[in-house]
Write a protein that binds this ligand. Structure first.
Ligand SMILES: *Cc1c(COP(=O)(O)O)cnc(C)c1O
Length: 473
């Protein structure tokens, strides 16, 4: 089957809908367009079939388990979609007078206090469109703050070698220099290396806790003391709060600023490029440096110190409505329970499959990392082959080859929305894939047999990106 774009399926004149005759004077000039807007022309039913066909080609959490570590592919309750599409939230314009959108302002206000409560922070900006965007915005906030106190010589950002790849990338994008420090073999930050790395050129340390190995770094208070002692700031990568909601708070751990992915922890859909939402939250002393928005609660005088805007208005507002629906549906006890079950599910899955990987038992938080290197040595079967075989079994593979410090890494995050039966079945599937690996490695090298795209050349896909379709090509 070859899938065509809507533009390729388009037939001139085939969509016969008609807009009513205009019955008011035309006042706005055309937008200066020299030719007609190029839009595909298709009957509605063909458009629906196209999207339904696309949906059948991908694996979503509604098709089966999706234990993609560091991504929190939990089930997104449909009530979130219902609230986000209410007219009062969806049929509005950002330039409407503020007093006609009180309800929307209230959503932001309740979400603001909810996030401050969950994070132990004092102020929030909803502008960033996703996690990495939140990281960069936070780095700009820290930069402006350090400038304001005469500390512009602080140009270095410390990240542990277990960090998510976006952390060093954002630091560089924001104009900082990255200093990577090693971890101990138990996955925690090497304190001696941290102490040696900090100095009066350190701007901040970026950390996620639990880290990308799924391990809660118990040295956090000491780390914060070392970094603050050197006059630098603590940044929390809160893309994934699934292990800690209601149990511990970045603000209490000593962090000064944090970003959150509403599209992970707070059950709004992601994958396929968004829309996401990566609000940032900070302690009071950084508040004035947050991005400035016209509509809302902050006075115009705040704008003087602000880093400016990183996106129009309040960012992806509909995502905030969905996330707030989730928070209010669960309540504070429910959020705490969700985190507790996310950690329980990860430990349960780990206990069922760790032996396949010849791993020592290691209690984890909401996710865990195992290494498939033994399967490679014994049978020539690699993390990639195991992941591809999972696709044929109706399970999305875990994150593979990340974090980089673990060879042949496979990073599982089952999330709290999988039942015990579902995790048992997942573990059984892993057992049968490993059984096949030991007897018929070729079968795994040939996997997947049932995916639309089987084994693309990932290097080529990354290096020769074709993201445009040219008319008449
Ligand atoms: C997902 C993730 C990010 C990046 O978030 P995006 O919304 O994809 O930009 C950053 N850090 C961690 C730990 C993550 O899991």
């Amino acid at each position: 089957m070859s899938l065509k774009l809507l533009f390729e399926l388009s037939k001139a004149g085939s969509n016969k809908f008609a807009l009513p005759e205009i019955d008011v004077p035309v006042t706005a000039p055309s937008c200066g367009r020299k030719s007609d807007l190029l839009l595909p022309e298709l009957p509605e039913v063909e458009v629906m079939r196209h999207y339904a066909a696309l949906a059948r080609l991908v694996h979503g959490v509604e098709d089966g388990p999706y234990p993609l570590g560091s991504c929190t592919m939990k089930y997104n309750p449909k009530i979130n979609e219902i609230t986000a599409s209410l007219d009062g939230f969806s049929q509005i314009h950002p330039l409407q007078p503020a007093d006609t959108i009180d309800g929307c302002r209230e959503v932001l206000s309740i979400m603001n206090s909810s996030l401050c409560g969950i994070l132990g922070m004092d102020a929030v900006s909803f502008q960033p469109a996703a996690g990495a965007h939140g990281e960069m915005t936070s780095l700009l906030v820290m930069h402006k703050y350090l400038q304001s106190i005469g500390q512009s010589q602080r140009t270095k950002i410390i990240v542990p070698d277990s960090s998510h790849g976006t952390n060093p990338a954002s630091a560089v994008a924001a104009g900082f220099e990255v200093v990577t420090i090693p971890s101990y073999s138990n996955g925690m930050v090497n304190m001696e290396a941290l102490k040696a790395a900090v100095g009066d050129d350190t701007a901040a340390m970026m950390l996620t806790n639990p880290n990308t190995l799924g391990i809660f770094d118990k040295q956090i208070a000491e780390m914060a003391a070392v970094v603050h002692g050197a006059g630098a700031l603590m940044y929390y990568d809160g893309a994934n709060l699934n292990a800690i909601m209601g149990w511990s708070r970045p603000g209490d751990m000593g962090f000064d600023i944090v970003h959150v992915n509403l599209h992970k922890t707070f059950s709004t859909p992601h994958g396929g490029g968004g829309p996401g939402s990566g609000p940032i939250a900070c302690k009071a002393f950084l508040k004035d440096f947050l991005p400035y928005t016209e509509v809302g609660y902050r006075e115009a005088s705040d704008a003087k110190k602000s880093i400016g805007k990183v996106k129009a208005f309040h960012g992806n507002f509909a995502v905030v409505v969905k996330a707030l629906t989730y928070i209010l549906t669960l309540g504070s006890d429910g959020l705490k329970d969700a985190s507790g079950k996310a950690v329980l599910n990860a430990n349960y899955l780990f206990s069922k499959i760790a032996a396949l990987y010849d791993e020592e038992y290691r209690p984890c938080m909401h996710e865990f990392v195992v290494s498939a290197s033994k399967a490679g040595e014994k049978w020539g079967v690699h993390a990639l082959d195991i992941a591809k075989a999972m696709l044929d079994e109706g399970i999305h593979p875990p994150t593979i080859y990340f974090p980089l410090i673990v060879k042949e890494a496979m990073m599982f995050e089952p999330t709290e929305t999988e039942s015990k039966e579902s995790i048992d079945a997942l573990a059984e599937t892993m057992r049968s894939i490993f059984a096949t690996a030991s007897t018929d490695a070729e079968a795994l090298h040939a996997a997947p047999l049932h995916a639309y795209i089987a084994r693309p050349d990932e290097v080529k896909a990354a290096k020769e990106m074709v993201v445009q379709w040219t008319v008449n090509s």
